[in-house]
Write a protein that binds this ligand. Structure first.
Ligand code: SAM
Length: 274
């Protein structure tokens, strides 16, 4: 359940998404992401003159463009390790104000590895990593947090969202297909870390000497994992047609919870201030 301010922001996010074309309108704001984007946006508290770095934007995220749209005096740096991040420029063309922001350099886009950013120390007021750093193998998630810390100005904010291990112990997921830049060659490829209370602390919150850290846990009662992913045939095709309905369902199902163990918590929002 979202508070009143978050609920208002969700409406802004949905109407922004709908302006990005029919495909986005039908697909809705991706299940879970609607919570992640809203809570991340609220925490970053962007102000005129701020510089935002989004890492692992990928091709589908609307988060950094939404930030740029809502804050015409904020500079947004869209980055990803994959070349497909170039799609972001195409998405922005739908909204003249964003297309212009690309032209003037207020919004930029480039390929960057979150574990080895090319930016100087203390160059950003805000860094976001929405469902990104869990996809970096081994201790890449902690290295990415340290890099974010390095490029943040004192007092700057980092927001990270990651998947949880549904109330049980942390585990890694591997897949028999290509996972981002890791090509499938017969051996399962690393897909993602799924966190529990302990690994949220040790791998993320304690990875760098932030002055303040906190986390929020969100639980959808098992709907997504137990029903949608296991029981719905052709769900990836359906998602493109009735994703808007999944967005609404997500908003009804998700609850913020305090205690991880024994829950079905699906995602965490991690907040750090330098
Ligand atoms: C789940 S996807 C996209 C998430 C996106 N932020 C969103 O809101 O939907 C994760 C992204 O992380 C990117 N990624 C994986 N490893 C990375 C790394 N080392 N540095 C930067 N991006 C990385 C992938 O290329 C992919 O686009």
């Amino acid at each position: 359940m979202l508070d009143e301010e978050s609920a208002r922001l969700v409406e802004e996010l949905k109407s922004f998404n709908a302006r990005l074309g029919l495909k986005k309108r039908l697909g809705g704001v991706q299940y879970g992401r609607v919570i992640e984007y809203t809570r991340a946006y609220q925490f970053l508290h962007l102000q005129a003159g701020h510089r935002l770095l989004d890492i692992g934007t990928g091709k589908h995220s609307i988060f950094p463009l939404f930030c740029a749209y809502m804050n015409p005096a904020v500079t947004c740096h869209i980055t990803d390790i994959g070349e497909y991040v170039n799609v972001q420029r195409k998405i922005a063309r739908r909204i003249p104000q964003l297309a212009a922001a690309f032209e003037t350099g207020r919004v930029t886009m480039e390929m960057q590895d979150a574990t080895a950013l090319s930016y100087d120390e203390e160059s950003f007021d805000a860094v976001s990593a929405i469902s990104t750093i869990e996809h970096i193998p081994q201790d890449g998630d902690s290295r990415a947090v340290r890099e974010a810390y390095r490029v943040l100005k004192p007092g700057g904010k980092l927001v990270i969202t990651v998947p949880l291990a549904h109330g049980s112990a942390a585990f890694d997921t591997h897949r028999k297909r290509t996972s981002y830049l890791r090509k499938y060659q017969g051996e399962p490829t690393f897909f993602q870390h799924n966190y529990d209370d302990k690994t949220l602390e040790s791998r993320l919150l304690e990875a760098a000497p932030f002055s303040e850290t906190s986390r929020e846990l969100w639980d959808d009662g098992g709907f997504y994992q137990q029903k949608w992913c296991k029981r719905v045939p052709m769900r990836n095709t359906l998602k493109h047609l009735i994703g808007w309905w999944l967005t609404e369902l997500c908003l009804k199902k998700y609850r913020m919870i305090e205690t991880y163990e024994g829950s079905r918590a699906l995602l965490a929002v991690v907040r750090c201030t330098k």
